[in-house]
Design a protein around this ligand. Structure first.
Ligand code: ADP
Ligand code: MG
Length: 468
């Protein structure tokens, strides 16, 4: 049964949403509609903060960073209580409102088309407002790519064309490529930019080709498709590895590339595979990719991961201590997206439960304590031995068969990465000398960046060890 208080709350919340929409431009309305109160609306909080949930992480950022004052005003106008709103990401909101959101999202794209100010222009180009240079933490792992990216943003189409950003999943390729887009729009507001994922490009192409039976229609639709990608000054194509072996899409990318390149336009690709690992693309396309420069992003080191999660926490308005950042950075050591995801999940829980985000709470919220306790060098040896069908003792011996060498090198690498043990400690554990251990670790770390198969093996072993 719905009590009259619930009804009053629900009505007041609707009024709040309505009021907020009136204060804000059309392109944020869909995000406004995704908001839900995390606590009863009229309940005053001791800390003067009012928590609002949403499933839209990007929407939260825009509201938090650009429209906090309006949200605060609307809240005050409805409740007459002065509080500072704070947003938390809550995936469960999604299920309830999914349908509504997709419909609204479509409207949002339509509205955005009509908008003119810079922020709206950026999102219209397909860019995420968070993915700027200012929000990107530069580390040894991304130094080169970062430098080239900035040079391109200052002089698009002039040098380093195309730029091919490679690196494994979740390491900041999309972020960096979009940062170039944002900076170009800032430096040269008249330039046209388009960001697309290769899969979206390929699917749109095939859809165009398949749905037009009549040749005149087909020509017209193909012309529109081509205009969309060629009538731009900067084209960003993400996840280009998707096209490898897809002949028709490869051909269209090839022609798009040539048209843009010869007109002096900037082209940027991002790929979770290095160029050398593309197996099936035709040579003529491979050579186009090679005309410019390839910049690889590697896994960030511990210090950089700490900076990244601290920076992310700052943007999410739930800052963390160095100690917590260190803990998260150690725990999530291969993929920045996972690192940020872990922070999002833990901070949302901490907000909702009104507790501090300390290490004990994080362990509980992310269910880490039991898993963490289990991992030992012995665990790692056991899983690596099983994976390569060798005996655990052989790994610690001097045997040099191919399988044993493989099992040993992954075990050393993972023991170092997962347990953060020093080289001398690892040397003792593996019955090897310190320099051999260091060499093995560094070598595999490098190989993983360029060899997709080795990357997959490492990820699989990592998972197996965690669940063992
Ligand atoms: P990729 O495209 O390589 O799979 P993304 O660019 O989507 O990875 O990055 C995943 C998440 O990690 C994004 O939220 C991004 O902002 C963040 N991220 C990755 N690297 C960095 C960095 N160096 N500084 C700040 N944020 C980063
Ligand atoms: Mg990406």
């Amino acid at each position: 049964m719905v009590s009259s208080l619930d009804k009053k709350e629900a009505q007041a919340w609707d009024d709040f949403l309505q009021k907020l929409q009136e204060k804000l431009p059309g392109f944020v309305h869909s995000w406004v509609m995704s908001l839900e109160p995390a606590l009863p609306l009229f309940e005053d909080s001791e800390n003067g903060i009012f928590l609002i949930k949403s499933n839209q992480s990007f929407g939260i950022q825009v509201l938090q960073q650009k429209y906090l004052k309006e949200v605060e005003e609307a809240l005050f106008e409805i409740t007459n209580i002065k509080r500072t709103p704070r947003f938390v990401l809550d995936e469960t909101v999604k299920k309830k409102k999914q349908q509504k959101t997709t419909k609204i999202e479509k409207e949002h794209v339509e509205t955005a088309k009509k908008m003119e100010n810079l922020a709206q222009m950026h999102s219209f180009c397909g860019l995420n407002l968070k993915y700027t240079f200012e929000n990107f933490v530069e580390g040894e792992n991304s130094k080169f790519a970062y430098k080239i990216a900035q040079m391109i943003a200052d002089a698009p189409g002039q040098k380093y064309n195309p730029l091919f950003i490679s690196g494994s999943v979740g390491l900041g390729k999309t972020h960096l490529m979009q940062a170039i887009g944002h900076k170009i729009l800032k430096n040269f507001p008249n330039l046209k930019i388009r960001y697309t994922k290769a899969e979206e490009f390929g699917n749109k192409l095939i859809e165009t080709l398949n749905t037009c039976k009549n040749p005149a229609d087909l020509n017209e639709r193909m012309r529109k498709f081509r205009d969309m990608h060629r009538n731009v000054d900067v084209l960003l194509i993400d996840d280009i590895q998707w096209i490898d072996g897809k002949k028709r899409t490869e051909e269209e990318i090839f022609n798009t590339f040539d048209a843009l390149y010869h007109a002096g336009k900037q082209i940027i690709f991002a790929s979770d595979r290095p160029l050398s690992a593309f197996e099936m693309i035709p040579d003529r396309l491979r050579s186009r990719f090679e005309w410019g420069i390839e910049a690889n992003i590697k896994v960030p080191d511990l210090e950089t991961r700490m900076e990244i999660v601290k920076q992310h926490a700052k943007l999410s308005d739930f800052p963390i201590s160095d100690e917590v950042a260190l803990f998260l950075a150690k725990e999530f050591n291969t993929n920045v997206r996972e690192l940020e995801g872990a922070y999002n999940k833990a901070s949302a829980r901490a907000s909702i439960e009104g507790v501090e985000l300390d290490i004990e709470n994080i362990k509980e919220f992310l269910d880490l304590s039991s898993k963490k306790k289990k991992i030992t060098v012995d665990n790692i040896l056991e899983i690596c031995a099983k994976y390569f069908c060798v005996d655990k003792d052989e790994i610690l011996s001097t045997a040099r068969t191919k399988e044993v060498v493989n099992a040993r090198k992954y075990a050393i690498y993972l023991a170092r990465e997962m347990l953060d043990l020093s080289y001398p400690v690892l040397a003792k554990e593996f019955n090897k000398n310190h320099t051999t251990i260091m060499y093995q670790h560094e070598k595999l770390k490098k190989d993983i960046q360029t060899n997709k198969a080795m990357q997959i093996i490492t990820d699989e072993l990592n998972e197996l060890i965690k669940i063992s």
